[in-house]
Design a binder for this molecule. Structure first.
Ligand SMILES: [Zn+2]
Length: 386
């Protein structure tokens, strides 16, 4: 693995750690949309890496095909070379046969020559010095002529024989010359094929190097991909955790940064609006008893109590006020008896469950009475809600 790849992977790992650490205490809406953004970013990155891997693979396939083709060509040349080798063997055998023939002819020639020389010497000796001897040793003139004639006839015959041997020698030599030039031609062809084969083998080796480089790159990309996949899983786990913790709340905050206090409800679900009748200082959401109530925004619990008179719930009944520390406060009233889940001065995060819907106090049925205070004065909650 090279340095820059290693650096990238370290960066990704750091990013994951930072994300894991920083996503702990943020309110649900922000966290979830951040996480989803991160997931999108990672998906994009994963797609990029996947297409890079696909590109690398297709380059590898192309190179491997080329290597196969080169292997075929190289083995074709191999066949050519071995058939040339075979031809060369045959020609070499033929050449050495010719050489043996030539040597035989030479010996024959030499023997014949010796014979002729001997006869010529004899003839000369007879001719120059001993005609008389021959005549005298012969049984008369007829015998002498017959002897002389025979010697010269023999010499002539020997000469013809020698001539024949020389002709045969020349013929064999010509055949040998032809074979020698055929041998040279075969050797030249072989050398040229071997040269081509070597150059093919070189380009095959280069391609093999490319393939091994590509496969190294693919391995690194796969490692990177695995890290991103891990990261994605972690984010999905966090999203799942967040949605488990805050199941069903509308998670897109309003312009004021509020989410709905009730799952699946928006300001369009208000059943009795602010100022609907004289003294109605909030907005009512009618819904079944026990429905979870969530903090619309993070803040500090300003009040968590029950209004009672003579042992009976009056006014807001069980209620909570949260100070969002941005000049606004929210009030949740008529909660189910004993359902308040937070205490005064406690810090709450957005979407945290603080109680359940009930009908305690001045209420005729299960509903949430929800108020928004700006600088201590109640105002219409609708514009603050999603
Ligand atoms: Zn009300």
């Amino acid at each position: 693995m090279n340095i820059s790849k290693l650096g990238r992977i370290i960066c990704i790992t750091c990013l994951i750690l930072i994300l894991t650490i920083t996503t702990g205490g943020i309110s649900y809406g922000t966290t979830t949309s951040d996480l989803k953004q991160q997931q999108n970013d990672i998906d994009k990155k994963i797609n990029e890496i996947n297409s890079e891997i696909a590109g690398t693979k297709s380059k590898m396939t192309k190179n491997l095909n080329e290597i196969n083709k080169l292997n075929d060509e190289i083995s074709n040349y191999e066949n050519d070379i071995s058939s040339l080798e075979e031809r060369l063997g045959i020609v070499n055998t033929q050449i050495s046969e010719k050489e043996t023939n030539l040597a035989e002819q030479q010996e024959k020639y030499n023997n014949q020559k010796e014979l002729l020389d001997a006869r010529l010497v004899a003839m000369y000796e007879n001719g120059e010095t001993s005609y008389l001897d021959m005549l005298l040793s012969s049984d008369g003139l007829t015998d002498f002529i017959s002897n002389y004639y025979m010697i010269s006839q023999l010499a002539e015959f020997d000469e013809e024989l020698l001539q024949g041997i020389v002709e045969t020698q020349n013929q064999i030599q010509a055949e040998k010359d032809y074979l020698d030039s055929a041998k040279t031609e075969i050797q030249e062809t072989q050398t040229s094929i071997k040269g081509k084969q070597t150059s093919l083998a070189n380009s095959r080796n280069q391609k093999k190097a490319v393939v091994s480089q590509l496969s190294e790159e693919e391995k690194e990309l796969q490692e990177e991909l695995e890290i991103y996949e891990e990261h994605k899983k972690e984010i999905q786990r966090q999203i799942a955790k967040a949605s488990e913790q805050y199941s069903g709340i509308p998670v897109v905050p309003s312009a004021a940064g509020y989410i709905s206090p009730l799952s699946g409800k928006t300001k369009s679900n208000i059943t009795t609006g602010y100022g609907a009748y004289r003294g109605h200082t909030g907005a009512d959401f009618a819904c079944s008893g026990g429905t979870p109530i969530y903090a619309v925004k993070s803040g500090k619990v300003y009040k968590s109590t029950a209004k009672m008179k003579n042992g009976k719930y009056v006014s807001y009944g069980e209620y909570i006020i949260i100070d969002h520390q941005d000049g606004t406060m929210t009030l949740y009233a008529h909660m189910l008896a004993g359902s308040r889940a937070v205490q005064e001065n406690q810090t709450v995060s957005q979407g945290q469950q603080i109680g359940k819907v009930g009908s305690t106090g001045n209420s005729t049925g299960n509903h949430l009475h929800f108020e928004v205070w700006v600088n201590g004065k109640h105002t219409n909650p609708a514009p603050f809600l999603p």
